[in-house]
Design a binder for this molecule. Structure first.
Ligand SMILES: *Cc1c(COP(=O)(O)O)cnc(C)c1O
Length: 381
């Protein structure tokens, strides 16, 4: 992975001998007579030199035949769904989807003529009952937000193969360093590259990876709906990817250490991290993943007020949404990322008012632990 992240997709030598692939900011290019519409080099058509370079880099990361970069993670998931689903079709989706994906489905499926069923990704026996003759697609996430659950991913891929259903996975939380969905049998995987792939909280982008035929379909949809990625953001993304393997290893180690520390702290009631033996998915997550990721959540003792006090008193961790950057971020999902959800749904998913979600950065482990330690110690009467 370390070598792939640096060298995957790189030109050797680069244009004019450059070691770093340059930003081709040109919107248009001279074209050869007879070039088909989708192959005209034009920024919106994702066919210009900087974009083609980035696609090769993204594909190599996930071991895919092809990839396409998109203007955001939401542009990635919407393009995938719009490429595969037709009016009258049905899809199965994990019941703890990322908020934006959840809202896209609940807000737009009906007008597009799609139906959907939310399923428990831990209970394969329920999937066949939920499928219909028009089920086209199964949408899952490698690690869910914010309780970091890991579904029966092998079974989802196998179910799709057996039933002729396209399996799609959002691999944002795991990154290809911790999980390789295509090797595990998924048809398509996508990312909010805004998070770990970019890694520095300074760009918005998405990516879809899969075989050439499916990516060709996604690219046509993207061309028509207009969600291509600007070359400057693409440059930042390629630059971020070069350190992905190093960063994710540091995120994994910091989250593991912080989760262990929190689990032993008297002011902490509950810690959720798949790397902890106490996590309900620990055993199968260990078999599926090569690292447990940088995301964890916790409930301090003392309810909502205590959670807010911890958030207010950490000094290294920024109180902010989003994730996957080099700096540690902390948020209360009930009033931020999941505030739009109905209280009953939040309750059912375990997103209580006292829950804190942490995106562990790559700071020094003792500093990170000391920061959370002082914030939690401050809760003691
Ligand atoms: C952030 C995120 C998205 C959406 O990505 P944007 O880049 O914000 O459009 C999708 N899935 C997951 C898991 C995310 O964390």
């Amino acid at each position: 992975m370390e070598t792939l992240a640096v060298h995957g997709g790189e030109r050797w030598p680069g244009p004019e001998g450059s070691v770093v692939f340059p930003i081709y900011q040109s919107t248009v290019y001279s074209i050869d007579p007879g070039t088909g519409y989708h192959d005209i080099p034009y920024l919106r058509l994702s066919s210009t030199p900087s974009q083609r370079y980035l696609h090769d880099k993204l594909a190599s990361l996930e071991g895919a035949e092809a990839a396409i970069a998109t203007a955001s993670g939401m542009a990635a998931v919407s393009s995938v769904l719009l490429s595969i689903m037709r009016a009258g079709d049905h899809l199965l989706a994990g019941d703890a989807l990322y908020g934006g994906t959840h809202d896209f489905l609940t807000g737009h499926a009906e007008e597009l003529g799609w139906s959907y069923s939310f399923v428990d990704v831990h209970r394969p026996e329920t999937w066949a009952a939920a499928r219909t003759p028009r089920t086209k697609l199964f949408l899952a996430e490698t690690i869910t937000n914010p309780l970091v659950r890991v579904g029966m991913l092998d079974e989802i891929a196998a179910f799709g193969r057996r039933e002729g259903i396209v399996t799609v996975i959002d691999n944002t939380f795991a990154t290809p360093v911790n999980f390789r969905p295509l090797a595990a049998g998924f048809d398509l995987c996508f990312h909010s590259a805004t998070k770990y792939l970019g890694g520095h909280s300074d760009l918005v982008a998405g990516a879809v990876m899969g075989n050439a035929d499916l990516i060709g379909q996604v690219r046509r949809t993207l061309n028509h709906y207009g969600g291509s990625l600007d070359p400057h953001a693409g440059f930042l993304l390629a630059r971020g990817i070069k350190t992905l393997a190093l960063r994710v290893r540091a995120h994994n180690e910091n989250a593991t250490a912080l989760a262990g520390f929190l689990a032993g702290h008297p002011q902490v009631a509950e810690v959720y991290y798949p790397g902890l033996a106490s996590h309900p998915d620990h055993a199968h997550a260990g078999a599926l993943l090569s690292g447990f990721g940088g995301m964890l959540s916790l409930r301090p003792r003392g309810g909502e007020a205590a959670a807010q006090a911890v958030l207010d008193s950490v000094r290294l961790a920024y109180p902010a949404v989003s994730l996957g950057g080099v700096e540690t971020l902390i948020t209360r999902p009930a009033i931020t990322t999941h505030a739009g959800m109905k209280p009953a749904d939040r309750e059912r998913l375990g997103i209580t008012d006292d829950l804190l979600r942490v995106s562990c950065g790559i700071e020094g482990q003792p500093d990170l632990i000391a920061d959370f330690g002082q914030a939690l110690d401050g809760l003691q009467p």
